[in-house]
Design a protein around this ligand. Structure first.
Ligand SMILES: NC(=O)c1ccc[n+]([C@@H]2O[C@H](COP(=O)([O-])OP(=O)(O)OC[C@H]3O[C@@H](n4cnc5c(N)ncnc54)[C@H](O)[C@@H]3O)[C@@H](O)[C@H]2O)c1
Length: 255
């Protein structure tokens, strides 16, 4: 069976875990060659091993998306390995917990923690797009999906910096979609609700029942349920979709 990404070359950031790993596996299953990137090459290598074991083709790249030189090298290695870059999933991200701001209201957050959040969750997406788009312009097109969140569309108490970064991702997605539409580069974002990954494990252990009252389906989503949509959005089947925020959240945003 021919997959919907057959013949495509893809890049995933945050590919060692959660949504990024599920997306990398789904892309490979749909026929793409996949550059799997994460903070360390070792982390990405586990995902690559899973892809290779299933008969796919992948390479592992270590890169910190908040460091421009890392991102430039990451895109360069990906193109060197596979010849072009058709599909990019800019997904690496951190939570308030990772930057020492869990449970803090806006006035309680330090500037350092706010900056650390934006460095990964917003500047990281900007840097990835910057280098991916240069390659896509050069080759005559491509498709980008950025990971935002429902927190890119609504407020979320105790998560000011995360919400600011994810609203920023929605904004840069819309703007780039307009800027590059005539260059045949589509740019969209996916807006997951609560998904079962290491990022949400601690919060769910503490507040699962309370958080689920806000979700009409009353459950967490799985990384695979995000990956399915991302693969489709990256594929040529989504040829008229650009600048969109695709919510996948068990009804959270609709409620
Ligand atoms: N899990 C959820 O409920 C949920 C909901 C909405 C949006 N998201 C977003 O989905 C994306 C993936 O999150 P996840 O839930 O799979 O979390 P996760 O913690 O399982 O995976 C995140 C990955 O990003 C990597 N990463 C972190 N900082 C990095 C950096 N500076 N450079 C490169 N890689 C880095 C981590 O090493 C990790 O492998 C994030 O952008 C997150 O904000 C998650």
């Amino acid at each position: 069976m021919i997959g919907i990404l057959a013949g495509k070359s893809a890049l995933v950031t945050g590919g060692a875990s959660g949504i990024g790993r599920a997306a990398a596996l789904a892309m490979a299953r749909e026929g793409a060659r996949v550059a799997v990137s994460d903070l360390t090459e070792d982390g990405a290598a586990t995902t690559v091993a899973l892809i290779n074991a299933a008969g796919g083709k992948a390479i592992a790249i270590g890169a910190n998306v908040s460091i421009e030189a890392d991102v430039a090298a990451m895109v360069g290695r990906s193109v060197a390995a596979f010849g072009r870059l058709d599909c990019a999933f800019n997904n690496a991200g951190v939570s308030t917990r990772n930057v020492g701001a869990a449970g803090q209201r806006t006035h309680e957050m330090s500037q350092d923690s706010f900056d650390a959040m934006l460095a990964v969750n917003l500047t990281g997406v900007f840097l990835c797009m910057k280098y991916e788009i240069v390659q896509m312009l050069d080759q005559g097109g491509g498709s980008i999906v950025n990971t935002a969140s429902v927190a890119g569309l609504v407020g979320l108490p105790m998560a000011s910096s995360y919400v600011a970064a994810k609203h920023g991702v929605v904004g840069i997605t819309k703007t780039a979609a307009m800027e590059y539409a005539k260059d045949k580069i589509r740019v969209n974002c996916v807006n997951p609700g609560y998904i079962k990954t290491p990022m949400t494990a601690a919060a769910m252990a503490l507040r699962f029942d309370e958080l689920m009252t806000k979700v009409p389906m009353s459950r967490l989503g799985t990384p695979d349920e995000i990956a399915e949509a991302v693969v489709w959005m990256l594929s040529d089947r989504a040829s008229f979709m650009t600048g969109a925020s695709q919510v996948i959240d068990g009804g959270y945003y609709a409620a």
